[in-house]
Ligand binder design. Structure first.
Ligand code: TRP
Length: 856
């Protein structure tokens, strides 16, 4: 395999500081790149770690030779990861079981957390260390596998470079879902779960705490991009909305950061999900804290949830309470002791160890001209726990991943070397050659791998992903005022869906050092009895609450719709329950009693008038007015009053039938009596004229016949009605939707109006006749009173019609009773009041002369 694509014939080229000086004929590296740590072995694995947070942006002005890339911000944490790789390799080399008789070597490079530098590291790893390094040309490959990188953006680049050479790589921290695409990254493996699981877990967390209005801030890299896309996908249909999505620029820009901070401050979303890493978070958080914003609940992704940089107390007021997903932790037995062996005396020429000392103690182990500002070290410095970023070995997460990755390679290599001849996985059941192992052969074994490390199973699925598992981490104040990462639960992707998230709520301290949960909603939830109404042009989480229409209910908070109550049910006042509809009919309530009293009073009055008439039946006024007819009228009027009582009370089939028939028959009786009386009056005066014997035809017998026959017609109509379609009690649910009105359905509308019409006809006839007779002489002109009474009668019943049709519920019946009573009273007063007045108060006028109109 030829990997020498960066070799060039050097003539006048001046190379970057690290490259070897070349003579004219020699082949040299165009641009060299020194590894941080190297160890030779039979099989060499590469390691790429972001030993620095960032780097100065390369100069793009090509009018002079670009200077070497300068990396800034030494990261002791990543240095620890690199040391973990070395430890693992050394452990394996000493192991009797794993790869006995074989030595593993390594080349560890710094990527400066920057894809381009990661790319250079990958190329440098492939190239070997220089032309003197014969290894390049002897074995099958100078590099068997690569452990790296941290950030997904770097891993993508590195994977693309390794891909043509089929060199497998195992990443310990690149979780981007994008790397799960086997077509694009066929040789990529990782010991960290795919972010697809993390966003799923995050969505579940947001739903669980009812954080329905959240902001998302992410870095400008594949990790941030794909995590945001994944989160949006997972949030779809959960009722959680994203209030804003902001991106911290790759090249930190304070103005842009302040804009983002302003968005965070002004938004009503109190929960912010951040997909970013500590490198880019640090300047952003500095600016955030300068703005003195508090009360934000941070939800951290695995990339920064255990970032040692934020453990200092200054962050506490702003970041305390942060909750997030940390990758699995594990035990690396010898790590603590191993890390302590690293010191400048042991590695006098290693610049990284020097920088570690500078970072940890603020002193320079070997005073050099570049670091004049830093005092020299005493040489007495010892590595203690307090240097947490480096020495924090209590719960290694990423370091543990590195450890696992090295062991994964070692185990696969072990399996490869212990292949049974003739039972190998390759062509013709062959095995790999132990002196000439090709990286793609190792890839096969990696894919098939399964082993246990401190009780945990390690294997890779077809996408190269590992088993999804996260710890839920909460940032709390430690005893020294610093931040502590407390494990408060877990997410186990292997569990049944919905059961993956296990949280010990009591352990959590929320943002603002409270045990109270932060509320983050766009609109407060709608109480039962109302429903959500989406605001136009706004996300689904922002809505108004509108109370349910009457007759509809919603019994849950946040209902989207109000449900209609069943037919016989109606909503209660709050709109939360369907309750049986109120059954309404005219009963003995206030109105019922009032009407009863009026009716009874009317009946009594009529009866007393009857008594008065009976008592004074011999007086002229009674006699002249045809006493028999008067008694009839009074009797029927009493019945009229009494039949009003029948309309009060719950309608039954009997009362319904009785109501209308009794009412119509008594009224017809009454009107027919008055009619015959009118006829008599008319006849009496006409008969007074000579030659007219009409009176003969209107004797008491004939009168009775008239009354009887007129009433009979009504009786027949009623009989027909009762037989054909009698009135029946019915439930009316249409007129008033909130009530059930118990009423008497007339059965046949035709019959009902016939009955009324017949009464009307009689009344009109009576009115016309009385009207004709009104001018007839006589001091006590009966016709005038009849006209008047009929006028009232008709007026009452004509006004009854619209009132009857339009009054709701039990008032329909009340109107009917009222009409009955009013017309009865009208008749009673018009016909009998004047007579009673004379009988009782003016007995002197109760003489025949006076009545006959003798004015003398
Ligand atoms: N899981 C992250 C990733 O895949 C972790 C990470 C490491 C990271 N370094 C980073 C994220 C730098 C953003 C920037 O990328």
């Amino acid at each position: 395999m030829s990997l020498l694509f960066l070799w060039s014939l050097s003539s006048s080229l001046t190379l970057s500081p690290s490259s070897t000086l070349a003579t004219d004929s020699e082949c040299v590296l165009l641009s060299g790149f020194d590894p941080g740590f190297v160890a030779d072995g039979d099989f060499v694995i590469g390691g790429i770690f972001p030993l620095h947070y960032n780097q100065e942006m390369p100069d793009v002005n090509y009018t002079y030779q670009p200077t070497a890339v300068r990396c800034n911000g030494f990261d002791p944490r990543a240095f620890r990861w690199a040391q973990t790789m070395r430890l693992a390799v050394e452990e394996i080399n000493q192991s009797e079981q794993l790869l006995p008789n074989h030595m593993l070597g390594y080349k560890i490079f710094d990527s400066c957390a920057y894809p381009l530098t990661g790319q250079r590291a990958a190329l440098a790893m492939l190239n070997g260390l220089g032309q003197a390094h014969t290894h390049v040309c002897s074995g099958a490959s100078p590099l068997l596998a690569v452990i790296g990188e941290s950030g997904s953006a770097q891993s993508i680049v590195v994977s693309r470079i390794l891909q043509p050479f089929k060199i497998p790589m195992i990443s310990y921290f690149s979780s981007c879902a994008c790397l799960g695409d086997r077509r694009k990254y066929p040789t990529f493996f990782r010991v960290i779960p795919n972010d697809d699981y993390q966003v799923k877990a995050m969505a579940q967390l947001l739903v669980r705490y009812d954080w329905r209005w959240v902001g998302v801030v992410r870095g400008d890299h594949e990790y941030g991009h794909f995590a945001l896309q994944g989160l949006l996908r997972e949030l779809k249909g959960t009722g959680v909305c994203v209030a804003y999505q902001e991106m911290i620029p790759l090249l930190y820009n304070q103005q842009r950061a302040l804009e983002i901070i302003e968005v965070m401050r002004s938004s009503t979303a109190r929960v912010v999900v951040v997909f970013s890493a500590e490198g880019e978070m640090t300047p952003f958080l500095k600016d955030y804290m300068a703005q003195n914003i508090t009360g934000i609940q941070w939800v951290a992704s695995e990339a920064w949830v255990t970032a040692s940089l934020f453990t200092t107390s200054e962050y506490f007021p702003y970041l305390g309470g942060t909750i997030g997903f940390g990758i699995r932790q594990g035990q690396i037995p010898g790590l603590r002791d191993y890390l302590q062996t690293v010191n400048p005396r042991r590695y006098p020429s290693n610049p990284l160890v020097q920088q570690l000392w500078e970072a940890l103690y603020g002193c320079s182990p070997s005073p050099s001209p570049s670091s004049t500002l830093i005092p020299p070290c005493s040489g007495q410095e010892t590595l203690l726990e307090q240097h947490s970023a480096y020495m924090n070995t209590s719960s290694p997460r990423v370091a543990y991943n590195v450890y696992k990755a090295v062991y994964a390679i070692a185990h696969s290599l072990h399996n490869l070397l212990h292949c049974q001849a003739g039972a190998g996985p390759f062509h013709n059941r062959s095995c790999a050659h132990s002196t000439n192992v090709h990286p793609w052969q190792l890839q096969h074994y990696l894919q098939e791998l399964a082993f246990y490390i401190s009780g945990e199973e390690v294997n890779f699925d077809l996408k190269g992903d590992s088993i999804p598992y996260y710890d839920i981490i909460n940032w709390q104040r430690g005893s020294g005022g610093n931040m502590e990462f407390i494990n408060v639960g877990l997410f186990d992707g292997a569990k049944a869906s919905g059961k993956e998230l296990v949280i010990q709520e009591e352990k959590i301290v929320w943002a603002g050092h409270q045990s109270k949960l932060v509320v983050s909603v766009c609109s407060a939830s709608c109480a039962p009895g109302s429903r959500k109404a989406v605001r136009r042009g706004e996300p689904l989480c922002c809505f108004d609450c509108v109370p349910c229409d009457s007759g509809k209910i919603s019994n849950q908070t946040d209902s989207i719709d109000c449900t209609e109550c069943p037919e016989d049910y109606w909503s209660n006042a709050d709109g939360t329950m369907c309750i049986p509809k109120v059954v309404e009919f005219l009963s003995h309530d206030a109105m019922g009693i009032a009407l009863t009293v009026i009716a009874v009073v009317g009946a009594c009055l009529t009866v007393s008038i009857l008594a008065v008439f009976l008592h004074h039946r011999t007086t002229p006024i009674v006699r002249v007015n045809n006493s028999e007819l008067s008694f009839f009228i009074l009797l029927s009027l009493t019945l009229c009053f009494l039949c009003a009582l029948m309309f009060i009370g719950e309608p039954t089939s009997w009362s319904c039938m009785l109501r209308h028939t009794a009412f119509s028959i008594t009224f017809s009786l009454c009107i027919s009596c008055i009619l015959s009386k009118t006829l008599v009056v008319l006849a009496a005066f006409t008969a007074a004229r000579p030659g007219n014997n009409i009176m003969k035809w209107l004797g008491p017998k004939q009168q009775r016949v008239i009354i009887f026959s007129c009433t009979l017609v009504q009786v027949l109509i009623c009989a027909a009605w009762l037989m054909a379609a009698p009135p029946y009690p019915s439930k009316n649910i249409q007129d008033q939707r909130s009530k059930i009105i118990l009423e008497c359905s007339v059965g046949s509308q035709l019959a009902f109006w016939c009955v009324l019409g017949y009464i009307g006809l009689l009344a009109c006839l009576c009115f016309i006749l009385a009207f004709l007779a009104r001018k007839l002489p006589g001091n006590f002109n009966e016709a005038k009173f009849i006209t008047f009474s009929m006028l009232i009668f008709c007026a009452v019943w004509i006004s009854f019609i619209p009132a009857y049709v339009s009054s709701p519920g039990k008032y329909t019946v009340a109107v009917e009773i009222f009409a009955i009573l009013a017309s009865s009273y009208g008749l009673l007063f018009c016909l009998f009041a004047p007579k009673c007045y004379i009988i009782l108060l003016k007995p002197e006028k109760n003489t025949k002369q006076h009545l006959m109109g003798n004015k003398k």
